[in-house]
Ligand binder design. Structure first.
Ligand code: AKB
Length: 314
């Protein structure tokens, strides 16, 4: 049975990842760590340690004491926050990553960390963006993500560490709210649709971005980590996505369930500029061929499930 340590366990992906991993591998085999210890299902349902990922020694010690054989490094600042605080983003995103890779090298752990569609930039082909292509991002987040992809490849090639990763699109979930991302509008819209019947989008009409429902994203992590290593040609940062839409399309999907829903626009120039530099849609052939990537939810399935789940919580 795996012994998995997760950083950033109270974040948007981390908190749902912990409950999935605890179901799959047993609660006692999944150690959650985070810089905060706010009361939540994550802390109450299994082992938890406070950890600032920029403290490499403590990270190593916690992993060693737990007997971890797998590291899932999720702690990071998202794109809009990273743009507002670039130096903090560099220190946290790159410092945390190199510490997690070092702990994995020293303790011979299998390693996962997510990259993002943010690793692409304005010179990247915008439609059906290939797995291997130009990556010259213009955001601090993107610079961190490309550097991270390269660093993970380096740890595999140089030290033989079993590093694996995906490029996630915007992730939509009904459990933990994202914070500081560019794609967050596609989560906020569901909350506002239920609470107020209307939404003001900070992303402009006609702006396409890739998205995925959280259950599919979590399954992708488990499937990639369980995949036969001999079949992996790419390892770090497989393109994965389930849908690509613009604000009008998600609004139309919500209208099918809440016919009175309305949307208008108040575009945020900073997040819009980030969105404009990202692909419209990415190609997932490598992930499908090398480890059988698949997904269940399209836009309408996700909308139905999101609205049902959110409504049942109120
Ligand atoms: C963000 O918007 O920053 C993230 C991402 C696509 O990496 N959701």
């Amino acid at each position: 049975m795996k012994k998995i340590m997760v950083t950033g366990a109270l974040g948007q992906i981390g908190s749902e990842l912990i409950s999935k991993l605890r179901k799959e591998y047993g609660a006692e085999n999944v150690l959650a760590t985070d810089i905060r210890n706010i009361s939540s299902g994550v802390i109450e349902s299994g082992p938890f340690e406070l950890l600032d990922v920029t403290d490499g020694e403590k990270m190593h010690q916690i992993a060693k004491d737990f007997g971890a054989d797998t590291m899932m490094h999720m702690a990071a600042l998202l794109s809009a926050t990273a743009e507002a605080k670039p130096l903090l983003a560099w220190n946290l995103n790159m410092g945390g990553l190199v510490n997690a890779l070092e702990a994995s090298r020293e303790l011979n752990m299998q390693f996962f960390t997510p990259s993002s569609i943010g690793a692409f930039g304005p010179s990247t082909p915008k439609k059906n963006t290939p797995q291997d292509t130009l990556q010259r991002p213009t955001t601090m987040y993107g610079v961190n993500k490309v550097s991270g992809e390269l660093l993970c490849d380096y740890y595999f090639q140089k030290f033989g560490i079993d590093t694996r990763g995906v490029r996630f699109p915007g992730l939509i979930s009904n459990e933990t709210l994202p914070g500081g991302g560019t794609t967050d509008y596609a989560v906020d819209i569901y909350y506002k649709a239920l609470a107020e019947g209307k939404y003001t989008s900070y992303i402009a009409e006609g702006t396409y971005m890739d998205m995925m429902y959280m259950p599919d994203a979590l399954q992708a992590i488990v499937d990639l980590m369980e995949a036969d290593a001999s079949k992996l040609i790419h390892r770090n940062a497989f393109n994965v996505t389930a849908m690509s839409f613009e604000p009008e399309e998600i609004a139309a999907s919500i209208k099918k369930v809440i016919p009175t829903f309305t949307m208008d626009y108040d575009v945020d120039p900073i997040r819009q500029a980030i969105a404009n530099s990202w692909p419209d849609s990415i190609d997932t052939t490598a992930a499908k061929e090398e480890w059988g990537f698949t997904y269940k939810y399209n836009l309408d399935d996700m909308t139905k499930d999101m609205l049902e789940k959110l409504a049942s919580k109120n």
